[in-house]
Write a protein that binds this ligand. Structure first.
Ligand SMILES: [Zn+2]
Length: 144
């Protein structure tokens, strides 16, 4: 029996980097995706955040998140199909199915690029230049 072909929505490696605030997934077909925590929180699929059956979710009424809403407290695997993060504000009802995460990959990459552009604002470094021109007239007059 030959093994099944790689499932593109199956992660083979999941890493989270709290310093850079991103979740990185390597998929079975070799593709890599990275998700900013804030991006993930905005895409929380739970009924409270995203709404359900025509009822708008909480996130549709806010324009920005508080920092504790996108700090990751912990993350756990749900069966073989999803990730469930717990956010620093205690919110843990969002279950992110891998096929959904895979589908969000390109959007997440664009969001990360935009964020990095915004962050790298020109840093100028002034070099101290302490060089005063000291010109003192030296008069010499007269010739032998
Ligand atoms: Zn939620």
């Amino acid at each position: 029996m030959a093994g099944p072909p790689p499932d593109p929505t199956e992660p083979v490696d999941i890493r989270y980097d709290n310093a850079r605030q991103r979740l990185e997934i390597t998929w079975a077909d070799g593709k890599e995706s990275a998700y900013d925590y804030e991006f993930l929180r905005w895409h929380c699929p739970c009924a409270t955040c995203a709404g359900e059956m025509g009822i708008p979710g909480h996130l549709q009424f806010v324009t920005e998140l508080r920092p504790e809403q996108y700090q990751l407290a912990s993350i756990e695997l749900v069966g073989h199909y999803a990730l469930r993060p717990t956010w620093a504000d205690g919110h843990d009802t969002g279950i992110y199915a891998f096929d959904r995460l895979r589908a969000l990959g390109d959007e997440a990459a664009a969001s990360l690029r935009a964020k990095e552009r915004g962050k790298s604002q020109g840093k100028s470094q002034g070099e101290g230049q302490g060089n005063e021109p000291s010109g003192r007239g030296h008069g010499r007059a007269g010739s032998g």
